[in-house]
Design a protein around this ligand. Structure first.
Ligand code: 9MR
Length: 410
């Protein structure tokens, strides 16, 4: 990571330990959230409640968890997490509808192969049912997730159905390459019709800075925005922090992120950092230089968000390290989140990276931008479009958003 390229800097005000991320985020007008794997552990729940004003289901709201049969929906897992957030006035993200992974058994594999038309009917039923169930509870929703291939070779195609491959069964069933990937537009259109009060998001990874995949993603969201179908982009931010100072280690380059945020904001999109984590090598144990670099990484990322008014959400992918997906997916790596696995007084202990984020949130100026941003101007209503891209102005106000306004007074 090349932090030295950044015309830094964070001028820090005094930080009180009593200031939680939630209270600081509220004063900055952004949402700091976390992915929850469940809400049944007291230490976990207390930490979530004390530190975060946003929440998302890590797995419970995915296709495979929710739509258990062609006509069967199972909501209990997701309900527990969503209701936990709603009861505490949190900003609730929905994750996700159309993805090539974590599909239900009845859908994945080669047995279920409906026609293109039937696929669209099923997709519509799926989206309608789930959006109706959560009406008034979800603020923004990842409608399509990771439609661009991992290796930046282009869109995910449909030549195979394997869960873990580059292929997307949604693309296969809808004959995507011959229909200009209209399964993406369609999913957004169904979602827009199902609930016009929810912000609709396209979510992906490895597209935070500039580059080939980022350009693909930019083109997707620019097209969707033109049609009035998308409100924001979700940049996942699964980052690696290594000892190297150059870009060869999976690096992300802050200055590139600033540029990418700028071009996305110029489209009129809202930007959410949806799945932030910064993994480091844990075997052998990290040295103090690496931990300091990771702390700087978190601080810089929050700084980039605060410096861009369109960036409204900073969600980490988990609460504490023992719950993180990283050690299972990257052997020998981990410690990617803000809290460790020890606790005191019923909450998980804060790590160095936590204080990095806190410093960014208390800085009075970041990269030449004053950071006394105004609180979120409850813009949920001003970005409502119909399916032809016409601005819709007279939709009924959703009470949950009014509540949020009062939760974040300024
Ligand atoms: O954290 C999730 C993990 O528990 C699941 O096993 C995994 C399945 O692919 O998905 C993880 O979450 C992913 C998220 O939904 C989309 N972006 C990438 C995340 C990490 O893989």
């Amino acid at each position: 990571m090349r932090f030295l390229f950044v015309p830094a800097l964070l001028i820090c005000a005094g930080i009180s330990h009593a200031q939680t991320l939630k209270s600081l985020a509220q004063s900055r007008g952004i949402y700091v959230g976390a992915a929850a794997s469940g809400v049944t552990n007291a230490t976990y729940d207390t930490t979530l409640n004390r530190e975060f004003n946003g929440i998302v289901c890590e797995n419970a709201m995915k296709f495979g968890s929710i739509m258990t049969g062609e006509n069967a929906f199972s909501y209990s897992g997701a309900d527990a997490i969503v209701n936990f957030g709603v009861a505490r006035g949190m900003y609730v993200r929905g994750h996700n509808f159309i993805w090539h992974k974590q599909m239900p058994g009845w859908f994945s594999g080669t047995t279920y192969v409906p026609s293109r038309d039937s696929t669209f009917r099923m997709m519509k039923k799926y989206i309608n049912n789930v959006m109706a169930h959560y009406r008034g509870k979800i603020n923004e929703w990842d409608i399509v997730n990771e439609a661009v291939a991992r290796d930046s070779s282009g869109m995910r195609l449909g030549s195979g159905y394997s869960d873990a491959s580059q292929n997307s069964k949604w693309a296969a069933l809808t004959d995507a390459p011959n229909h200009n990937f209209d399964y993406i537009d369609s999913a957004f259109a169904y979602a827009r019709r199902a609930d016009s009060n929810v912000l609709l998001i396209y979510n992906d990874y490895d597209c935070e800075g500039m580059g080939k995949k980022s350009n693909y993603v930019y083109n997707i969201v620019a097209g969707l925005k033109n049609k009035g179908l998308v409100d924001g982009i979700g940049l996942q931010c699964h980052f690696y922090v290594g000892p190297s100072t150059s870009g060869s280690n999976g690096a992300w380059v802050p200055a590139e992120m600033v540029s990418n945020f700028q071009r996305l904001a110029a489209l009129g999109l809202r930007i959410s950092l949806t799945e932030v984590d910064m993994r480091i090598q844990t075997n052998p144990a990290p040295d103090s230089a690496l931990l300091a670099k990771q702390r700087e990484g978190y601080k810089t990322l929050m700084g980039i968000c605060l410096a861009q008014p369109a960036c409204k959400a900073f969600f980490t992918w988990g609460v504490n390290d023992s719950q993180s997906w990283i050690p299972g997916a990257f052997s020998g790596y981990g410690q990617a989140l803000l809290f460790d696995n020890t606790s005191a007084n019923g909450v998980y202990n804060r790590k160095a990276v936590y204080y990095g984020v806190q410093e960014a949130l208390t800085a009075t100026s970041i990269w030449g931008h004053k950071t006394n941003l105004k609180i979120i101007a409850d813009d949920h209503q001003s970005h409502r479009f119909d399916l032809r891209g016409r601005l819709v102005t007279a939709l009924p106000y959703n009470p949950i958003f009014v509540t949020k306004k009062t939760v974040n007074p300024k």
